[in-house]
Design a protein around this ligand. Structure first.
Ligand code: PAP
Length: 326
């Protein structure tokens, strides 16, 4: 057994060393793995996820590029799907657990060598199971694409996503890593070098699939959620085949979910103010400002030009666009 594990580790290490490598911002290096940039510590988890995960027909996957509104969409999706089980909002699990605890990231669940434990945990989860992933669409396990499970993808204006990532990484990164200026970080971001990047490929993969198979991928933007959350809560419920009844609507069922998952409410909960989640991430860093347009406080004119040109180049002709509110 030990020698099989040792052999596997050796093979994984060999695989990592053969990949293109660049300096990262929050990890020392990022490796170009299956077309996206990934810290070495993540590659084993992705391999295992691809090899072992078996989707069920009623699974729901919340997919996103990091810092695009994942926490919010996880909370909303969990609350929408489980509204019969947890009809009393006073005792709702979202008041005592972080959304990432209730809706685990599949790519992180498969880290380490306790795969059998993870598989039995997964098979015992209450259905419908809801998961998160930051993996780009072409790297999702076959069973996700081949089963009837549904994906909801959230993305965000690349300006705000950059600032949210920049602020988050500065909070969580090891002090032993070399300093990176915001200009250098933006240059890397524009070249696609950021965990799970390039961001354009990530968004376009899900965007194209949402057009080709709208029953498989629902594509949502953070800004759309902010502008009309009620519309999107109803849209998500319809897409997941659990539309709100007229009675639920008239009883304020939609509004109470919106309130429960709102930035102000979640940021203020004791459970989200301290402690860690996932791979030792301090929960308080998941709730920063929750605003559209904060990028203006960070970007110089040269940075605006650099990112605007890159967006134009990468997204033109795709039909995917973002309003930038300066
Ligand atoms: P993750 O990739 O680490 O899971 P993710 O949740 O995708 O992060 O994005 C974090 C952003 O969503 C933060 O944005 P900011 O840095 O611009 O503030 C965070 O504040 C915001 N956010 C978290 N929860 C909510 C919420 N309930 N409503 C609106 N925005 C939220």
């Amino acid at each position: 057994m030990a020698s099989t594990e040792g052999h596997q580790e050796y093979e994984e290490e060999k695989q990592i060393q053969s990949l293109p490598k660049e300096r990262g911002w929050a990890s020392r290096y990022l490796y170009l793995f299956q077309g996206f940039w990934c810290p070495s510590t993540h590659i084993q988890g992705v391999n295992s996820f691809q090899n072992h995960f078996q989707a069920k027909h009623n699974d729901v996957i919340v997919a996103s590029f990091p810092k695009s509104g994942t926490t919010w969409l996880k909370a909303l999706t969990f609350a929408i799907l489980n509204r019969q089980r947890f009809s009393s909002l006073e005792n709702h699990p979202l008041l005592t657990s972080n959304p990432h605890e209730l809706v685990p990231f599949l790519d992180f669940l498969f880290h380490g060598d306790n795969i059998q434990d993870q598989l039995s945990y997964l098979s015992n989860m209450t259905e419908p199971r809801v998961f998160g992933t930051h993996i780009p669409l072409p790297s999702l396990p076959k069973s996700i694409m081949e089963s009837n499970c549904k994906i909801i993808y959230i993305c965000r204006n690349p300006f705000d996503t950059f600032v949210s990532s920049w602020s988050f990484f500065n909070n969580i990164k090891s002090k032993s890593l070399p300093e990176v200026t915001i200009e250098e970080a933006l240059q890397m971001y524009c070249k696609g070098i950021i965990g799970f990047g390039p961001i354009w490929d990530h968004m376009l993969g899900y965007w194209k699939e949402s057009i080709a198979t709208p029953n498989k991928v629902l594509f949502v933007k953070y800004e759309q959620l902010q502008e009309d959350v009620k519309f999107y809560v109803k849209r998500v419920a319809e897409y997941l085949d659990c539309p709100f009844t007229e009675e639920e609507e008239s009883n304020g069922g939609i509004e109470s979910i919106i309130k429960l998952c709102s930035f102000e409410k979640m940021k203020d909960l004791e459970v989200n103010k301290s402690g860690t989640v996932g791979r030792n991430i301090e929960k308080k860093y998941l709730f920063r400002k929750g605003e559209i347009g904060d990028w203006i406080n960070y970007f110089s004119p040269a940075m605006i030009e650099m990112l605007s040109k890159t967006i134009e180049e990468k997204l033109s002709g795709s039909g995917l666009s973002f309003k930038t509110r300066a």
